[in-house]
Write a protein that binds this ligand. Structure first.
Ligand code: SF4
Length: 313
C-alpha cells in the first residue's frame, strides 16, 4: 500500500513550536493548497497505480485548518472513492485538535488513519518546546480515536528536544507504547535555522545529547516496537532542500535508518561472533546490514581483534 502525499501547510498556525520553521520557509503563513491541485495529483496517481493508495493529507495540523476548507479537501479526495485502488484517506494532526465533531467528519469522509504529532510524553518538554498541548491532551485524543474503533492510530515522536535527556526519552517512549498505537514515526530532532531551537542552540543553552545516544535510543525503540506489534513507518527526516539549507545541528543524517539497521545487526552478531567463530552466513538481502554502514560492523569487530567475514546465502 502507498500514499498520495499532499502537504497542507497549517495556514495561520497560532503555535510556535520550538523546532518548526514553517513560517520562516513560507513567508508568513504558508500557501493554500486548492482542491483542484488535490484533484489533479490524485487523478494522475490513480491512473498509473497498480497498488492500493491512501490519499494522505500531511503537514501536522489537518484538523486545525478552517472546517469548510478541511471538508472541501476531504470531499475532493472522496471523488476517487470508486477507484479500484482507493484505500481511504489518512491525515496527521495535533492531539489538541481532536474531538467528537471532528472525528464524525473524518469517519464520514473515509479517513482510515489518523496520526497525532505527540512529540514527547513529558509535560515539561512539551512546554519548553512550546507545543501548546499536554500529555493529557494526547491521552484524551488517543482514547477518543480508539473509542470510534474505525481508525488506524499513528503517533509521532521526536527524540532529543530541548529539555529532554536520555531517560526522559525512555520514559516518554514507554508511555507511547502503553497507548498501543498501530504505527509510529520516530523523528530524531533536526535543529533548523530560524527556529527557537536554532536560537537556543546558537546561544549554547540547548545542548542536545550525542548522535550515538540518539541512534541507541532509536534502535532500542525499534526493537521494542517489534515486540509490541507497533509498525515503525518512518525513522528520521527525509532529505529535502529545506533540511539541506537550514539544518544547523541535531541528528539529521541521510542514512539514519541504515545506521540503525547496522546497529541492530551488530547487537545480534555480538552474541555469536568471536575469534573462533568469525565467519557468518546471512540471507543475501542482509549482507550490507551485517557489514554495516560504511563497514562499521567490520571495523567494530576488527577493533576487538576479530576479522568478521560475512557470506550471503
Ligand atoms: S509544528 Fe507547531 S508551529 Fe509548526 S505548523 Fe505545526 S503546530 Fe504550527
Amino acid at each position: 500500500m502507498g500514499n498520495i502525499s499532499l502537504f497542507i501547510p497549517h495556514l495561520g498556525c497560532p503555535h510556535k513550536c520550538s523546532f518548526c520553521n514553517q513560517n520562516t520557509i513560507t513567508g508568513t503563513d504558508g500557501h493554500r493548497v486548492e482542491p483542484e491541485q488535490v484533484r489533479a495529483v490524485c487523478k494522475e496517481q490513480f491512473e498509473k497505480t497498480t497498488q492500493k493508495l491512501q490519499v494522505a493529507f500531511f503537514g501536522g495540523s489537518f484538523t486545525a485548518i478552517p472546517k469548510d476548507y478541511m471538508i472541501e479537501l476531504l470531499e475532493t479526495a472522496n471523488e476517487f472513492a470508486d477507484e479500484k485502488y482507493f484505500d481511504g484517506v489518512r491525515i496527521s494532526t495535533r492531539p489538541d485538535c481532536i474531538n467528537s465533531e471532528i472525528l464524525d467528519i473524518l469517519k464520514k469522509y473515509n479517513v482510515k488513519a489518523i496520526e497525532l504529532g505527540t512529540q514527547s510524553m513529558n509535560d515539561e518538554v512539551l512546554e519548553l518546546n512550546e507545543r501548546g498541548h499536554t500529555v493529557e491532551d494526547v491521552e484524551n485524543a488517543v482514547g477518543l480515536i480508539k473509542k470510534y474503533g474505525c481508525f488506524e492510530l499513528g503517533l509521532q515522536m521526536m527524540i532529543g528536544l530541548y529539555g529532554s535527556d536520555e531517560q526522559t526519552e525512555r520514559n516518554s517512549f514507554k508511555k507511547i507504547v502503553s497507548l498501543a498505537p498501530d504505527t509510529l514515526r520516530i523523528y530524531p530532532t533536526v535543529i533548523m535555522n530560524g527556529t527557537k531551537l536554532g536560537d537556543l542552540y546558537k546561544q549554547g543553552v540547548y545542548k542536545p545529547f550525542g548522535f550515538e545516544t540518539a541512534v541507541n535510543l532509536c534502535v532500542d525503540f525499534l526493537l521494542e516496537c517489534e515486540k509490541n506489534n507497533i509498525r515503525v513507518i518512518k525513522l528520521g527526516l527525509h532529505s529535502s532542500e529545506d533540511v539541506k539549507e537550514n539544518a544547523i545541528g541535531g541528528f539529521y543524517h541521510p542514512a539514519f535508518g541504515e545506521i540503525c539497521g547496522s546497529e541492530i545487526y551488530r547487537r545480534k552478531l555480538e552474541k555469536i561472533v568471536n575469534k573462533q567463530n568469525n565467519i557468518i552466513t546471512v540471507p543475501k538481502r542482509d549482507i550490507s546490514k551485517a557489514i554495516g554502514y560504511k563497514k562499521c560492523n567490520i571495523k567494530y569487530f576488527a577493533n576487538k581483534g576479530i576479522e568478521l567475514i560475512v557470506k550471503g546465502e
